[in-house]
Ligand binder design. Structure first.
Ligand code: KE4
Length: 425
């Protein structure tokens, strides 16, 4: 990596753990020095040495319009010139709540927070408060932020209580979380049969994007819905990543499943800190100060962040937005597969909406175990070849990629040209 990135990384590591404010940014999965970015526009990023990259991370999802979209920058500047924060109600946050409820009809009431973690942490507490039950079910490979109850890996057997996946999470806390295998409907049915009436909620990424991209098998989400309804458990769709990416109304719109609660983030902040949890009115009315489940936040509904979110959603819901970005993403993955075939490299790729997955495996994985069969070393080599050629992919074989509305044919062609070289070597 170039000298300024190296010197900045060295300086950063003195005062910030691993030199980063979020682990995946440290490049420990792929090795090397991460570029320190200075500015962005549309599909492009520029690092501290002025090197330009085509961006397929998009800040891990928020930058669906492309970077520094004029309408969003203008909205932020206008809001900031009036106030940076009140800690009191504003019309803008009512507008954002109304927009979210309109675009995701399963959400009848919503509470804004400042991150996806806050959204899922609050939604879990709400589900437990609403049902009076403690057990939470999640799926291995799905990530829902870093709240204690969610940093849990499978126990000795999937149907036994979980163990902490991070230091600092008390075993007693992890014991209330069960971890199942994504897409394993039989296992889920067996759990509900045995413990259904003890389950407060099931939290799932309806399309998994944190173990690379893994799509739900047909029947999996339907079985989840049916089991939760039958046993009075809350079905919580974590759409922090899939919301407004997999479809305008999220994965729930695409797959026609109505969850009881939904968490959102990323796109609804347009790059600024906004998360949200919402759903059925009778559940949401349990939230303080209306109900007994406490939840709060100094900067929840922050006017500047809400302005960015509102400006972003306005453009995202424009006619043709989703179909255009979906077509571009398809062009990218089909092109990459064609280049890999030409170079006889074992590779597969898939996309859904504006999200995509790249796999050094003959076919896209349908489970966590199959994701683990992907050739990580080949991905890491591919990642660095692409980075050298000015293409910035997610720095881990276990992350999904993102296309923005500002990516056009020029970016796709340049990416495919870089991939042609990378696959050759
Ligand atoms: P945040 O607390 O990072 O805003 O959101 C947590 C979260 C919750 N739910 C889902 C489905 C998510 O994808 C995320 C965060 N996604 C990661 C990307 N793998 C953020 C990147 C990072 O951790 O730096």
């Amino acid at each position: 990596m170039t000298s300024r990135n190296d010197s900045l990384f060295e300086r950063a590591r003195k005062r910030i753990p691993a030199g980063v404010n979020s682990p995946v940014r440290a490049f420990r999965a792929v090795g090397g020095t991460p570029p320190f970015f200075e500015r962005a526009s549309g599909p492009h990023l520029w690092d501290a040495d002025g090197k330009r990259y085509i961006d397929y991370v998009g800040s891990w999802g928020p930058m669906v319009l492309g970077h520094t979209h004029p309408a969003v920058v203008e909205a932020v500047q206008a809001a900031a010139s009036k106030a940076l924060s009140f800690g009191a109600p504003t019309e803008a946050e009512v507008e954002l709540a109304e927009a979210i409820c309109r675009l995701v009809p399963s959400i009848e009431m919503v509470r804004l927070v400042s991150s996806g973690t806050e959204a899922t942490m609050s939604a879990i507490r709400l589900a437990r408060g609403h049902t009076g039950r403690s057990l939470v079910v999640k799926f291995e490979g799905c990530y829902h932020g870093h709240a204690d109850s969610l940093l849990v890996k499978a126990g000795s057997g999937a149907l036994t209580f979980g163990n902490p996946s991070s230091a600092g999470v008390p075993p007693e806390t992890a014991a209330h979380t069960l971890v199942l295998d994504f897409n394993d409907t039989a296992q889920m049915n067996a759990l509900f049969k045995e413990k259904g009436n003890q389950i407060a909620c099931v939290i799932v990424e309806p399309v998994a994007g944190n173990m690379n991209l893994v799509l739900p098998k047909s029947g999996f989400l339907e079985a989840l819905r049916e089991n939760c309804s039958r046993h009075g458990a809350v079905l919580l769709f974590d759409e922090v990543m899939t919301g407004f990416r997999v479809a305008l109304g999220g994965a729930q719109a695409r797959y026609g499943i109505k969850p009881d609660l939904t968490t959102l983030g990323k796109v609804i902040g347009g790059g600024l800190p906004v998360g949200a949890f919402g759903g059925k009115r009778d559940i949401m009315e349990k939230i303080a100060p209306l109900g007994p489940v406490y939840q709060a936040g100094t900067l929840s509904g922050n006017p500047v962040a809400v302005a960015a979110g509102l400006a972003t959603l306005k453009l995202v819901e424009e006619k043709g937005f989703q179909s255009k970005i979906e077509a571009t993403t398809k062009l990218l993955v089909e092109g990459l597969m064609a280049e890999a075939r030409k170079a006889s490299v074992v590779f597969s790729a898939q996309s859904i909406g504006s999200m995509f997955g790249l796999y050094f495996r003959a076919a896209p994985p349908t489970s966590f175990a199959e994701v683990m069969q992907c050739d990580k070393d080949r991905f890491n080599k591919f990642f660095h070849h692409m980075l050298e050629r000015g293409v910035y992919l997610a720095p881990s074989a276990y992350e999904a990629g993102f296309v923005s509305a500002s990516h056009g044919h020029a970016e796709i062609d340049a990416t495919l040209a870089a991939a042609r070289e990378a696959f050759k070597s």
